[in-house]
Design a protein around this ligand. Structure first.
Ligand code: B12
Length: 366
């Protein structure tokens, strides 16, 4: 696809038509989501109360949807939007919302965009909508458990899931402590027990089998249990170890994966500064400078955090100095290599095992 030179925040840059459409979506997002919601609301009237939907919530969903489309456009990646629509259908099905509403969503979104975007953009939007419709012809795979094959630790993972879903945090903690005492490594506990259980909890929530409260309890308890392991981790940190700062970008709340990465880096001797969820861009820049970090690990779980990640990468790169290496990861990055590559980071990895190996090779120790 051809590119055009346009002015963006006072700087002349080359942008594809897809990127220009994404920019228009972001600048008109309130107008667009209001318009979409006002067309959809009468048709949702019977279903809204059952789904707990009101005007404000509906408008939030509209924005989320548009943001997913804008991110797919930014990466020139129609399958990314299609995957989101397939996910949306599963979510709605779990609330007994008929599939018809997913089609309605695509239709109203396309109509609203048609009114805001110039005619040359229309075939592109049609193409994205069509690839979503094509993806909907296939059945999704959300009936498959994440605990089918977690290697030697499948039984442990199944027990952990069961006791925590039953609300037994103490028992879950003992399960993990006993596994560590019997020689299971922290890497295996993280990557073969806790991570697959969290994915499974997401699947159970998305398909309506557990509630938001169960999911919150599960992730809070898992963080508590990770903290119990920390004394075993921290003793490996080397006084003059390589330095990494790790943060979830502004607006991003999924922090457990990144926390696993920093714990595993500490096991390898790194000194890490883990900032957790929703970190403002400028604070990240400050601490990278203050700690003289060699590596900056950034995590995004949802494409809705894509703009914040792009902004942060460009701010960090504008800073004078030795050039900290920027590594990205998180669910949105792991599931889509095209989207992942669109950020132009120095490195990326799909899981904590690969992440640590890659970080060790990018920044050599003394
Ligand atoms: C717990 C959880 C939450 C918690 C997070 C709590 C916390 N303190 O972290 C809360 C309740 C906040 C939450 C909120 C939401 N969530 Co949520 N959540 C999850 C859940 C169940 C687990 C996340 C997790 O910890 N996974 C385990 C970790 C280990 O995996 P990971 O993050 O992918 O990390 C690994 C790799 O990606 C990599 N990695 C991670 N970071 C980095 C960084 C670097 C530099 C590198 C190299 C590698 C790397 O290494 C890690 C280990 O291998 C997931 C399910 C899932 N599939 O993950 C849903 C899930 C991610 N959530 C989802 C959604 C939709 C939401 C909400 C939008 C829901 C809503 N309507 O409010 C909000 C958005 C909030 C926001 N603004 O961020 C969806 C996303 C679907 C999609 N289409 O993308 C999921 C997939 C659930 C589902 N199956 O539908 N959520």
């Amino acid at each position: 696809m051809g590119t055009t030179e346009i002015e963006d925040q006072g700087v002349r840059v080359m942008k594809t038509l897809e990127q220009q459409i994404a920019d228009t979506i972001y600048t008109s997002i309130s107008q667009l989501s209001n318009e979409i919601v006002s067309i959809q609301q009468p048709k949702w009237a019977d279903i809204s109360p059952k789904y707990g939907m009101n005007q404000a919530k509906h408008s939030d969903y509209g924005r989320h949807d548009l943001c997913q489309l804008a991110e797919a456009l930014t990466a020139s990646n129609p399958p990314q939007y299609a995957r989101y629509i397939v996910w949306l259908r599963a979510m709605l099905r779990s609330h007994q919302v008929p599939d018809f509403f997913v089609e309605l969503n695509l239709e109203t979104e396309q109509a609203a965009l048609g009114r805001v975007l110039p005619p040359e953009s229309h075939p592109i939007i049609s193409h994205y909508m069509q690839s979503a419709r094509d993806a909907l012809k296939e059945e999704d795979k959300f009936n498959l458990s994440f605990l089918k094959d977690t290697g030697a630790h499948t039984e442990l993972a199944k027990k952990y899931l069961k006791v925590l879903l039953a609300g037994e945090r103490g028992e879950a903690s003992q399960l993990i402590t006993r596994a560590i005492e019997s020689g299971v490594s922290i890497q295996d506990i993280y990557l073969r027990v806790l991570a697959p259980c969290l994915y499974e909890v997401g699947r159970l929530w998305q398909t309506g089998r557990i509630t938001v409260a169960h999911e919150h309890f599960f992730s809070a308890a898992t963080q508590f249990i990770m903290s119990e392991l920390y004394p075993l981790i921290h003793k490996h940190v080397a006084q003059k170890g390589r330095v990494a700062v790790a943060a979830c970008v502004a607006g991003e709340l999924h922090e457990i994966g990144l926390r696993m990465i920093t714990d595993l880096l500490e096991l390898e001797g790194w000194r890490t500064f883990y900032l957790g969820a929703n970190t403002p861009s400028l604070s990240v820049v400050e601490i990278v400078r203050e700690k003289k970090a060699q590596l900056l690990a950034l995590s995004i779980c949802l494409p809705t955090s894509g703009p914040a990640l792009r902004e942060l990468i460009s701010i960090v790169r504008e800073q004078p100095g030795d050039g900290v290496r920027i590594i990205i990861g998180g669910y949105a990055i792991s599931v889509d290599p095209v989207y992942a590559a669109s950020f132009g980071a120095d490195g990326l990895a799909v899981n904590a095992g690969e992440a640590v190996a890659m970080m060790n090779s990018l920044v050599k120790g003394e």
